[in-house]
Design a protein around this ligand. Structure first.
Ligand code: FES
Length: 156
């Protein structure tokens, strides 16, 4: 961990000092700061809180929201639900993989983007749908993907 990361960890630990049942929220806060929960950060946390590494890992691996491998600064999710598949989700996923140069479930080497497949997002009428960070995009085609991801990459 860098010194900056250790400072962030200290601040988060201080925030939960004296509170009970804080581990999940603390891990989510830490992930939000560091983008993922590295083995190193978990070991550091274990030392400072005097909680066994195995217990922290058990909690972190139980919750899907916690990332034990590096994730990108931007999250891209392509809906592969049935309605979106009928409307061209596979083409959308292929074009996104090609634009980012990674497969679903992977992160770009510069840690800019992580790409995932998800199931129905509940807005089938505007399919095919993708979420970039927290924004939903409907009726996406390969041209729109290139524009969208190009825009995000240039803003970063
Ligand atoms: S199947 Fe994609 S939003 Fe429902």
């Amino acid at each position: 961990m860098t010194d900056g990361d250790k400072e962030k960890l200290d601040k988060i630990i201080q925030k939960y000092e004296g509170k009970e049942g804080f581990l999940i929220q603390l891990l989510l806060d830490l992930q939000s700061e560091l983008h993922w929960l590295s083995r190193e950060s978990i070991e550091e946390l274990s030392l400072r809180l005097k909680i066994p590494v195995s217990r922290i890992f058990r909690v972190a691996s139980f919750y899907k929201a916690m990332n034990l491998s590096p994730v990108g600064r931007h999250s891209v999710c392509v809906c592969m639900g049935t309605a979106c598949q009928v409307r061209g989700a596979q083409r959308l996923l292929d074009a996104t993989e090609s634009k980012l140069g990674i497969k679903s479930g992977q992160t770009t080497p510069d840690h800019s983007f992580t790409l995932n497949r998800v199931n129905c997002l509940g807005c089938c009428a505007i399919g095919p749908v993708m979420i970039v960070d927290d924004d939903y995009h409907g009726r996406v085609d390969s041209k729109k993907i290139k524009l969208l991801l190009g825009q995000i990459a240039s803003d970063s």
